[in-house]
Every structure is written in C-alpha cells, then in structure tokens.
Design a protein around this ligand. Structure first.
Ligand SMILES: *Cc1c(COP(=O)(O)O)cnc(C)c1O
Length: 386
C-alpha cells in the first residue's frame, strides 16, 4: 500500500492535508452496488462522514442518494447534483429554516425524531400548502456493541421516538393532514463490526411493522440507518468493508411486504478507507521515559482520537529504519491531542511524511479552526498523480 502514496508529489504540497485514493473509493462503491443492485435496496450516503465535493460527485454518479443531518448538508447534497427525491433528512433538532428548505425542495423524506418536530413540520408544510413525507425514527432499544459515545439506539439516547411514545405519535399522524407517513427509520450507532446487533434490529423492525399495521399504517419504506464499521487496525488487509455479510443480514432477516423498499444510510463504510491525513514531523522530542513524534497535524484536522479514543493506523512514509516506540502527538494546546501512545514506527526524523490511515470518515468534516489554524486542504489521487 505504501506505493499507493506518491511521495515525490506529496513533497510539493503543504502539509497537513487529506489525501483521497479514488481507486479505493470506486472499488468500495462497486462492492456496495454489487450487493444492492438486484434488491429493492436504496443507499443514501451519509454526508456527515465526508462532504468533500470531489467525493460527493463520485458518490452521486454511482446513483446513491443522500442522508443529511442539517440544512447545510441538504444544500451540499443538492449542490453535488443529488436529486431531492433521493435525500433523507434526520436529526433531533431541525430548525425551521432547515425544515422549510426540505419542504421547498421536496426532499424524499424527513426522518422525524419527536412529536414536537412532527407538529412543526406539519405546521410549516401547511403554510405552504404542501404535504411533507416523513418516516418515524424509532428508538429500537438495541445494544450496538460499539463505543458508548457513538451508540444511538438505546432508550437513554437523545435520538428517535421511544417505543412508549409511539402510539401517541401515530394518533397524531392520523390528524395531521399535511404529513404523509411513508416509513419507519432506525439507526443504532456507528462503527459496528459484529453483525448480531443488526440481526436483533431486524427482529425489532419486524415486530414494529406488525404494530404499525395493527394501527392501520402500511409503510412502503423501511430505513435501517447506517453504522457499518471498518477495520482501523489493518486498513490494507481490509480496504473494502464486509458489505456481503452486512447486506445478507437484511436480505435474510427482514420480513418485507410486497413492494417495500429498504433504505440504507452508509457513511463511514463508504469513505473511511479511501482517506489518509498526510502530515510532516516537526520535531522528535525525548522525555525521560518516552519519545514523542510531534506532527504538524493535530486534533484540529482529525479529532477522532481525542473525541472517541479512536485508533488509527499510522505509517511513516519516509523511513525504512528499524522500529522504535513513540507517542505520536499533534501541536494543539490540549492534552488529548494525541494520535497514538507507545506506537511502533520506523525510526522517525524531522521532515518525515506520516500517513494517518482510515481518515476518510469523520475527519475532514470535523476539522476545526481551534488555535486559529487553517482548515486542511484535500487532494485526490486523480489530481496528485495527474
Ligand atoms: C451518522 C448517521 C449515519 C451514518 O453512520 P455511519 O456510521 O457513518 O455509517 C446514518 N444515519 C444517521 C441517522 C446518522 O446519524
């Protein structure tokens, strides 16, 4: 994989920057399409993982729709040329302007997370004499076996409508004339690598379907959210996530009614492995018991380690010397600005190029200007290799 990184060209570019290997992205998309195309499945790419227009164009050309969690993302999806009728819009706190944007653009569906939100969408749609399509985001109370900060499907999370409130919401749906209930939505969390939570979730969806039907609702659309994880430990051995096992769960476990369409909201699994954060070593600092590699990239470019204690594979692209043990840190004035501790890297020197791997998802989109740093640039393999 090291030769996937064009080091001479990298040396002309100002670090830190994101590098996207479009060959990996295209192969990943092809692997998804292989699973999806002969089934009643529609993929909505979750823009919050990475909204870089260069990537969005490829994703749009693949025929994927968009899963958005803000008005800004709805706008970015539209700007990328994704048709409004392939856009779904989730989020617990949709502001009026964001709802109005969705109604005006006639997006495919609002994934509604509470009763007051449903009433607000109805009110705004009524003012425009329009009907807003909605799916109810149900909190299925499924344990996703992932990091506590990125699990979303438990009763105690802020997301979705709890089962105990569902009947009240359904009562209300019946009287809201500018609302069309077209589906249900669940999303249980992120970086899920064990398929059993998805199987549990399908069981819950099957029960929920019966419940909806008992109340007189036939739903055309079942949205199962996203969350499929990637292998951060060994990216090169697992460049393409195991989409086969993932989609198989839904093919086998969901009891679909005739004509029903299953919607998927994949983010991380589509873009994580194609992206690397490329950085330069500023200093090697020796402490009494440790030595530090101090990079010119930090939590401002890639916050996942600081925010979720996330692991990323790190490579020295410039050195082939025997390994030593380092803490790899950024320059930001925060103690959590650490990419890895006690990490084995070839002997590293000032000026070496470092790749932090699997950084295509929740990397560039989470970059900040803390410490008044500039936002990172991005380059694709198409641009850099020419
Ligand atoms: C974040 C999010 C996704 C995408 O999650 P990934 O783990 O990146 O696949 C999908 N649906 C909703 C509602 C989300 O909030």
């Amino acid at each position: 994989m090291i030769d996937r990184f064009p080091i001479p060209q990298f040396n002309q570019l100002t670090t830190p920057f994101y590098y996207y290997d479009l060959e990996v992205l295209r192969a990943t998309i092809d692997a998804v399409k292989q699973q999806v195309d002969s089934n009643p499945f529609q993929v909505h790419y979750a823009l919050k993982a990475n909204a870089n227009p260069k990537l969005l164009k490829i994703i749009k050309d693949a025929g994927f729709g968009a899963d958005c969690v803000s008005g800004g993302e709805v706008q970015a999806a539209l700007n990328a040329g994704i048709a409004a009728d392939k856009i779904v819009f989730a989020g617990v706190g949709k502001a009026d302007w964001e709802i109005n944007l969705g109604i005006d653009q006639e997006i495919f569906c609002f994934n509604v997370e509470s009763l007051p939100e449903l009433e607000t969408i109805h009110e705004l749609a009524a003012q425009k004499n329009k009907i807003a399509r909605v799916a109810l985001r149900i909190n299925p109370d499924v344990q996703a076996n992932t990091h506590a900060y990125i699990t979303t499907g438990l009763e105690e999370n802020k997301f979705g409508i709890n089962l105990s409130e569902l009947d009240e919401v359904l009562q209300k749906v019946k009287v809201l004339r500018n609302i069309a209930l077209i589906g249900m939505h669940v999303h249980i969390g992120s970086q899920i690598t064990d398929m059993s939570p998805y199987a549990d979730m399908c069981g819950k969806i099957n029960e929920l379907q019966l419940h909806f039907e008992s109340k007189g609702f036939k739903l055309k659309h079942i949205n199962v959210g996203g969350g499929l994880g990637v292998n951060y430990e060994q990216p090169d051995a697992h460049l393409i996530p195991d989409f086969e096992s993932y989609f198989k769960v839904f093919r086998e476990k969901l009891n679909l009614r005739s004509g029903q369409i299953v919607h998927f909201e994949l983010g991380r699994s589509i873009v994580a492995q194609c992206g690397s954060l490329i950085s330069k070593v500023l200093y090697i600092k020796k402490g009494s018991s440790k030595q530090y590699v101090i990079l010119d990239a930090g939590m401002t470019e890639l916050i996942r380690p600081a925010l979720y204690q996330a692991y990323h594979h790190i490579q020295n692209l410039s050195s082939g010397l025997p390994a030593q043990t380092y803490d790899v840190v950024g320059p930001i004035c925060e103690s959590t600005d650490v990419f890895a501790t006690d990490y084995r890297l070839p002997e590293t020197k000032r000026g070496d190029l470092i790749a932090i791997r699997s950084a295509g998802a929740y990397g560039e989109t989470m970059a900040s200007r803390y410490n008044l740093r500039n936002l990172p640039d991005s380059y694709t393999s198409d641009e850099v290799r020419g």
